[in-house]
Write a protein that binds this ligand. Structure first.
Ligand SMILES: [Fe+2]
Length: 311
């Protein structure tokens, strides 16, 4: 089982292969006839879309569908296509039980990206339901589950590899915290060891709990087994960044030289000072540039660019 959605008109620049226990997707430079140029080093990050079945649904004063529609339009309007668009969990709903209709609505909203031949990579958040998501999007994705019951995958880019994790802990009800589980942590260790030739960027919805976190969510609402993840990431020097969402904050921190990149939401914010929007990422030889594209062009953080160097 995979969470990678190939572009609607794939013409050979995506290949899906399964090696050992690791399902891998590679990006290639080949350009489909008539398609816009693609930058193989550019990756766009979106998180916490919280799409409801009802297109008019509002939560905390925000219509989530409208926000995502604007984000998708901005990304689709870029002259140079990114090699991939990562949508990092809390795909559906505002905490109320997700429905098939919510995922169908999400699929419709992100369709312009697939039509522009962008590959999408989606992860699960605490507001999602794994089975419902997989069932609803079944026709759009290949099958071959590397970890039973979790939606994980590896994306090979020219300058780095992405490892997508599934931190959805409770499959019956929406709770804040997340987990990886021992099987997934072991899979990650194996996958990282099998792909040690390039920088590794690990992506999951939940953050690693921080004792010094500024709120209960930061301290306790992240991965309950985050210490096991840290034990895998820390000693592997090719692991350069951990990218997450969940808090609806745009934030950067460090953990023993590993960049902790917190993606902003496209939906509602908990802190009125936080931006809504997306992040335009570009892999460089020795790091990554992450530029915030706030939906509010007058937001003080709009255009802020993190120039992150690898440890
Ligand atoms: Fe969220």
């Amino acid at each position: 089982m995979s969470i990678h959605l190939p572009p609607l008109t794939r013409r050979g620049f995506l290949q899906v292969s399964a090696t050992a226990a690791v399902a891998t997707i590679s990006t290639h430079r080949t350009r489909a006839e008539g398609a816009a140029a693609m930058d193989p080093h550019r990756f766009v990050f979106v998180s916490d879309t919280h799409i409801m079945e009802d297109p008019t649904a509002v939560a905390r004063g925000i219509n989530m569908a409208d926000q995502l529609r604007r984000v998708v339009a901005e990304i689709a309007a870029e002259d140079v296509r990114p090699a991939g668009v990562i949508i990092n969990g809390d795909l559906a709903t505002d905490g109320s039980p997700p429905t098939e209709g919510a995922y169908r609505h999400l699929a419709r909203l992100i369709d312009p990206l697939r039509k522009r031949e962008m590959a999408l990579h989606l992860t699960m958040g605490n507001c999602d339901r794994r089975v419902l998501f997989a069932k609803t999007l079944k026709k759009l994705r290949p099958t071959a589950p590397p970890v039973d019951g979790r939606l994980v995958g590896v994306l090979e880019a020219e300058r780095a590899n992405f490892f997508f994790l599934d931190s959805l802990h409770d499959t019956e009800r929406t709770i804040t915290k997340g987990s990886l589980g021992d099987a997934q942590v072991k899979w990650l260790a194996r996958a990282l060891d099998a792909n040690a030739d390039k920088p590794a960027l690990v992506v999951a919805h939940h953050h690693i709990n921080r004792e010094s976190g500024k709120s209960d969510t930061w301290r306790q609402g992240g991965l309950i087994d985050g210490s096991k993840l840290v034990d895998v990431l820390r000693p592997r020097s090719h692991v350069k960044a951990f990218i997450f969402g969940h808090t609806h904050n745009w934030h950067h921190g460090m953990l023993d030289g590993i960049h902790l990149i917190n993606l902003p939401t496209t939906a509602y914010i908990f802190d009125p000072a936080e931006p809504r929007g997306w992040v335009d990422g570009r892999l460089e030889r020795d790091g990554v540039r992450m530029k915030l594209r706030a939906l509010n062009g007058k937001h003080p953080k709009h255009g802020e660019t993190l120039k992150l160097r690898w440890r």
